[in-house]
Design a protein around this ligand. Structure first.
Ligand code: MN3
Length: 206
């Protein structure tokens, strides 16, 4: 049984960057639906019992039924991606990373701003619904990727582990920002807690 990440902040607490109605709808409707649909789907294939979502998403080919595989790809991806998204947002965010993550960012992207530019570029350039992710690898290296729909980098054999995700589905920003995805991405940085991203990085790179 998969359960949604439990928010340690209120729906209004990310105002004005991410508005209350968007947060409430996103969490109680969209994320809840992905979670419920995932749980219903997993029950239909006994080989999935007891597996973590990371194990399931990184081995979708093991699901024999085409329809079920698609359902789990979409809803399992949605479940995991939103757990990541909501867990990295905070009303009191650290505005920059430190330590090993900052060193790696500086090495690969010259500066935090350089990384943010690349993430914003891929988030803005994702046609239609999808995500931009910062992924990490065991050797400590980083990569910026974008995916369609609810696809996770975990679904690729060497896709790395996502440590930060920017949801660019319209449901993540349209109520406040309308068609201005770029303004939402700028606001996202103001609610992103780099301490949590660092913790995610430390779990992957060691
Ligand atoms: Mn979403």
């Amino acid at each position: 049984m998969f359960t949604q990440y439990s928010l340690p902040y209120g729906f209004a607490d990310l105002e004005p960057h991410i508005d209350q109605l968007t947060m409430e709808t996103h969490y109680t409707k969209h994320h809840a639906a992905y979670t419920n649909n995932l749980n219903a789907a997993v029950e239909k294939d006994s080989s999935l019992a007891g597996k973590s979502i990371e194990e399931i998403l990184s081995n979708l080919d093991a699901i024999k039924d085409d329809g079920l595989r698609t359902t789990i790809r979409n809803n399992g991806g949605g479940f995991a991606n939103h757990n990541l998204y909501f867990s990295t947002l905070s009303p009191n965010p650290a505005s920059a990373p430190k330590g090993a993550l900052l060193n790696q960012i500086n090495e690969q992207y010259k500066s935090l701003e350089g990384l943010q530019e690349e993430l914003a570029k891929q988030a803005a350039g994702r046609f239609g619904s999808g995500w931009a992710f910062l992924v990490a690898f065991k050797d400590g290296s980083l990569k910026v990727v974008n995916t369609p729909n609810q696809d996770s980098p975990l679904m690729e054999k060497s896709g790395g582990t996502p440590i930060l995700g920017i949801d660019v589905w319209e449901h993540a920003y349209y109520l406040k920002y309308k068609n201005l995805r770029g303004d939402y991405i700028k606001a996202f940085w103001k609610a992103l807690d780099w301490v949590q991203v660092e913790l995610n990085y430390q779990k992957v790179a060691y």
